[in-house]
Design a protein around this ligand. Structure first.
Ligand code: ATP
Ligand code: MG
Length: 655
């Protein structure tokens, strides 16, 4: 970004008040902001009492060695006890914790009492494999109940887990096993993906031939797909159904220090080499439990919660495992893709389980928009009462579509901004309090301090843009980058003194509400103006023919950078339609002003995305500037890039 502040071009006037009934019964009301403002640490100390501590903490925050925080440092607790056992002790053993829906249609409902037995057996199995508190366990599993059970079993015995998304290659797995120096890997023969079994175990076998992975003593294998030809390393590999099923279902959880490591998780890799983010126990669970209660207004007796993320991402850690289970929720866990075997699968699941709260990502919402309104319309979605979004800025048009076609124009939509590094939600509307604005995450949650600053670390005025920063430590903050304190300092704490630099651009609107504008690295410099990718993409998506857009700045002799847009059209639009590109350019010009008009617009069939579904703009920049592509290893499908490159001549002719 140049020394000029980030332009504020997009005007969005639509407003949605919280439904009266929801507001009247909301878990958290406007008063929480006041209380937290008056005594931030007191507020978090109060939230820590949501948990059961073996030793109650007397200190809240130790910030004597910034930016290395300690929260609730003299408290002791067990995370798995908090997520499972205490609910059973409170008489809720018969409540369903997880409704599992396999992609092939197999189902399993697991009560809290059953979950307690499963987690205890798995904990006993890990102990039999020699896992001790502090040892790292890598988990490479599909979205099956054993993934949740494994995570809780690790937490129960104090062994930090490191989940590796099941779609990653042997290379990515090996790097992560090595970086964390894992002792055990938990995997499966395979999982179901788009109607077919897809093997996982061969990637583990291959990863374990790589140097640096020698400390893995055991591989625990869940039988999911039943493939016959599975390679087996005697003495190292052991079946889950042999080892875990043979264990006692009794295990007494032991308490650990609040700062005991809970997990390492690598960021999605949108911007480059993934970072091993370290999270600990007491502060993490406090904020995750509180935010899940506040942002989703969870009523554990009646709600059915569904977060569609993979457990391999932070969203899955915090809002499939630790948030919902610490709050005693009933939730859905779905193994597969949204379009298997048909494009209405998700809506069928909402109808089947009576899902009341749905938490998903803009990429999925835009895919549903592309597939057409008629698909969700075939299902009864009337149980839904709150919709959430996370992962990327949500374009206002996608937000409105989500509310209208999934939420019957009735449910609040909460756009939640956070990162692997923040551990939990930081900026979001509260469904019973905030008048929502499509496309904006709006306000820091009670107890969270976030703002937007310029190059000189000065807070920008309302109506201006700059860098998103967090100005006070928060309980679920990362503690460091695993094994690399210096990178932790350099990446997050050196850009601005005493402030956490999130790497995202943002603006404050006239009311002081925060709008996320994409990554700072992606900001375009056009004729002396900093223009955000998000605003131009949102303007494109607001055209009725466009479902999805990715925008990058490509070097240009006249304007420093020229805006180059890649668009996916909605179902019935024709990419070869005469005048289409001019029509889209004019539309952006009208929405945002002439400065934001893309110089080139290229209709494409697909966009390069990370495996968590985020658009990878740096690769599109390589394409737009005719460079060799950078690292594509975290990409879902690298053939997308070949396809886009082959279409490029059309783009140049628009110059
Ligand atoms: P890497 O750090 O390796 O590049 P990543 O940033 O994609 O990967 P995550 O931690 O999964 O890894 O994603 C956090 C980022 O996602 C945020 O910094 C932000 O750019 C984006 N993001 C998440 N939620 C929102 C949201 N509600 N609005 C706008 N952006 C969001
Ligand atoms: Mg990041």
């Amino acid at each position: 970004m140049s020394n000029e502040s980030l332009a504020n071009l997009l005007k969005e006037e639509r407003r949605f008040a919280p439904p009266a009934g929801l507001a009247a019964e909301a878990n958290v009301t406007a008063e929480a902001y006041e209380r937290a403002k008056a005594d931030r640490l007191g507020f978090w100390a109060e939230q820590a009492r949501r948990l059961s501590w073996e030793t109650e903490p007397t200190e809240t925050l130790d910030w004597s060695n910034p930016p290395f925080a300690k929260w609730f440092a003299d408290g002791r607790l067990n995370v798995a006890y908090n997520c499972v056992d205490r609910h059973v002790e409170n008489g809720l053993g018969d409540r369903v914790a997880i409704h599992f829906e396999g992609e092939p249609g197999d189902t399993r409902s697991i009560t809290y009492a059953e979950l307690q037995r499963e987690v205890s057996k798995a904990a006993n199995a890990l102990i039999e494999l020699g896992v001790q508190a502090g040892d790292r366990v890598a988990i490479y599993l599909p979205m099956i109940p054993e993934a949740v059970v494994s995570m809780l079993a690790c937490a129960r015995i104090g062994a930090p887990h490191s989940l590796v998304f099941g779609g990653f290659s042997a290379d990515a797995l090996a790097t992560r096993i090595k970086d964390a120096d894992a002792r055990v890997v938990i995997t499966a023969d395979g999982g179901y993906r788009r109607g077919k079994p897809s093997a996982l175990k061969p990637a583990v076998d291959e990863a374990l031939t790589r140097p640096g992975t020698e400390n893995v003593r055991s591989v625990l294998v869940v039988r999911r797909t039943g493939q016959e030809d599975i390679a087996w390393s005697e003495g190292r590999d052991v079946w889950w159904h042999d080892l875990v099923e043979a264990q006692s279902d009794q295990h007494t959880p032991q308490a650990f220090d609040a700062e005991h490591p809970l997990f390492i998780l690598y960021t999605s890799g949108t911007t480059g080499k993934p970072k091993g983010i370290l999270h600990t126990t007491g502060g993490y669970l406090t904020q995750i439990s509180y935010t899940h209660h506040a942002v989703f207004d969870l009523k554990p007796e009646t709600d059915v919660f569904w977060c569609t993320a993979d457990v391999g991402w932070v969203t899955g850690h915090s809002y499939i495992v630790y948030g919902p289970l610490s709050n005693g929720a009933t939730e859905v866990l779905y193994e597969g893709t949204p379009d298997s075997p048909h494009q209405g699968r998700w809506w069928e699941i909402v109808q089947k389980y009576g899902v009341t709260i749905l938490y998903t990502a803009p990429t999925a919402i835009r895919a549903a928009m592309k597939w057409g309104d008629d698909i969700p319309a075939k299902f009864d979605l009337s149980s839904l009462r709150i919709l959430g979004s996370v992962g990327e800025p949500i374009n206002p048009e996608a937000w409105v579509w989500y509310r209208k076609h999934i939420g019957a124009d009735r449910t609040p939509v909460v756009d939640t901004w956070w990162q692997t590094e923040t551990g939990g939600i930081m900026i979001s509307p509260l469904p019973g309090v905030t008048e929502t604005k499509p496309g904006s995450a709006q306000v820091p949650l009670p107890g969270i301090a976030a703002t937007v600053v310029d190059d000189d670390a000065r807070e920008v005025a309302n109506g201006s843009g700059g860098y998103l920063v967090l100005t006070e430590p928060w309980p679920s903050m990362l503690r460091t980058i695993w094994g690399d304190d210096q990178r932790y300092l350099d990446t997050y704490w050196s850009r601005f003194e005493h402030k956490y630099f999130a790497g995202d651009g943002a603006k404050k609107d006239d009311d002081g509400d925060i709008w996320l504008l994409g990554r700072v690295d992606d900001v375009m410099l056009v004729s002396g103006h900093n223009i955000s990718t998000t605003e131009v993409e949102s303007a494109l998506v607001s055209h009725p023919k466009v479902a999805e857009a990715a925008v990058v700045g490509a070097t240009d002799p006249q304007t420093t950078q020229a805006i180059c847009a890649f668009v996916i059209l909605r179902g019935d639009a024709d990419a070869h339609e005469e005048g289409l590109v001019e029509e889209l350019r004019a539309h952006v010009g009208k929405q945002l002003g002439p400065i934001a008009k893309p110089k080139r617009i290229l209709p494409v069939a697909e966009l390069p995305k990370t495996r968590s579904g985020k658009i990878m703009r740096r690769l599109l920049r390589d394409v737009a500037e005719n460079r060799t592509l950078g690292d594509v290893t975290t990409l879902t499908d690298s053939s997308v890039m070949t396809l886009i490159q082959s279409q490029l001549p059309t783009a140049s002719s628009e110059d």
